[in-house]
Design a protein. Structure first.
Length: 214
């Protein structure tokens, strides 16, 4: 956990440590404090604020990711603008959550990361979708692999439904409850979606989805 506000940091660390699935192995107030210690910690997940004293959280991801190939980085921030969102994702962040996220949502987001997903707060996911939709439209053929058809056509009706809910920003647990299937089944559908679309993240899957929807 990298967060300069000690009060907030203690709250989130407590949330994590009281869960059955996770334990916070270290907490820091700045990226500079993390840099010399992170290689020996080798955490599964790093939760980081963006607005930090000194180096920003995004710069922290950019510097730490090459040292931690198996670590997933999730931003926990107040910033909702597209510039911060896409800069963080481009730097190597796997997820992007807002600080008003509830405990249950934060823990579910961490589970989603471990399961191979890319959690985003609902309004963040909507901004990602809107950003793709507002980009200059390209000819439909440009989104279709040479010699092939649009991969989204290969999705089953249920996979298309799950992809639509992903694009709306729902977490895996929320998708499970929405359409009445188990969480492992949701994970299975999402793995199939990623394989069929040849993508590795929610953001990439949503990009393909919005291209199809035009």
């Amino acid at each position: 956990m990298i967060e300069d506000d000690a009060a907030n940091r203690e709250i989130w660390v407590d949330w994590i440590n009281r869960s059955q699935d996770f334990k916070c192995v270290a907490q820091f107030g700045s990226v500079e404090a993390v840099l010399p210690k992170i290689p020996e910690l080798q955490p599964r997940i790093v939760l980081s604020d963006i607005n930090l004293p000194g180096l920003s959280g995004i710069e922290g991801v950019r510097r730490l990711k090459p040292q931690l190939a198996n670590t997933q980085f999730v931003m926990l921030t107040v910033y909702e603008d597209a510039d911060h969102i896409f800069e963080a994702l481009a730097a190597g962040a796997t997820g992007y959550m807002l600080k008003d996220t509830k405990r249950s949502q934060l823990l579910e987001a961490l589970r989603e990361v471990v399961a191979g997903g890319s959690p985003m707060s609902a309004n963040i996911a909507r901004k990602v979708v809107q950003s793709f939709q507002h980009q200059t439209a390209k000819p439909a053929a440009a989104s279709i692999p040479p010699g092939g058809s649009d991969d989204t056509e290969n999705l089953s009706p249920r996979e298309s439904e799950v992809l639509d809910l992903l694009a709306q920003g729902l977490l895996y647990k929320e998708i499970s409850e929405k359409i009445g299937i188990s969480l492992p089944t949701v994970n299975t559908y999402i793995r199939r979606i990623y394989e069929k679309l040849q993508v590795r993240s929610r953001a990439q899957a949503v990009a393909r989805y919005t291209t199809r929807s035009r």
